[in-house]
Design a binder for this molecule. Sequence first.
Ligand code: DAH
Length: 335
Amino acid sequence: MEEKLLKIKNDLIDALNKASREADILNIKSEYVGKKSEIQSILASLKDMSVDDKRKYGSVINNTKKEMEELVNKKLEELENNINISFDDTINYGVKNGSLHPVTIVAKEVTDILKKMGFTIVSGPEMETEYYNFEALNIPKDHPARDMQDTYYLDNGMLLRTQTSDNQIHAMEKYGAPIRICAPGRTFRNEDLDANHENTFFQIEGMVIDIGVSIENLMYVMQSVLREVFKSDINVRLRPGFFPFTEPSYEMDISCVICGGKGCPTCKNAGWIELIGCGMVHPNVLKAGGIDPDVYTGFAFGIGLTRLAMMKYKINDIRVLNSGDIRYLEKFDIK
Ligand code: DAH
């Protein structure tokens, strides 16, 4: 009898070892410990046994059945606990890794270095009033500078801002002087599109107002920014410029990296790309921001982030950057 019971139990253990699905285990359960199982019929045969045999085998039969039931239940429990789906992360599903957009990367590089120099990052509205985009920046309604910055005038009387310089006024109104802010953002112009002009592009504005701020401070900041982005000194030229909101005004060009300064469609054959407008803040602008020009001076700058990205990554057509065309953008493979 003992041998027989041991064999039934071992058979059950073998069967359970081979089973991995719940359905198989349940089948084994009914086969080995169910109503029609062998152990059940042995148990039923107890009643026909002699008193001696009953005494001899009763408990071993019962214990075996109990053990067998426990084995099955344990296996079922194990299965339940193991239902943690495992992922094979070595499988290549064909999903490509993305990367940051070139403009996002240069925006971060510029703001990172400015933050280290104590600039606060602010942002202003893309839909703007004429006052903040032009008038407060010393560009009244009849000023010819408006011609160079034609934009989209909206039915609600507002416009899509042509420059991030609107942030100068917002920031002065909000924080007063002294102040050190930068404002990256999207800007718009009604442009004829070509390799170097888009109707939507990105700039970053910077403004420092304090007592005794000078052009040297401005130059130092510009140099630091360019060095951070290009990771080396690059060819830069500074020339007098005109912006109604700065006096004096400068334009900073960098040698075109697409053609190495020889001249190409991207730089309109000039060999130089205009990248930064800057200067000392015009007293009228300080006044518009509620700051006394007899006490404070300041400098401001606007960097073309889209152009900066083009130069850094040698992208020869600005239109690629707004196209959202992965086939083109992934060529830069920027991590
Ligand atoms: N807002 C000018 C533009 O879009 C760039 C600029 C020039 C910004 C001079 C400035 C500045 O802050 O001082 O062309």
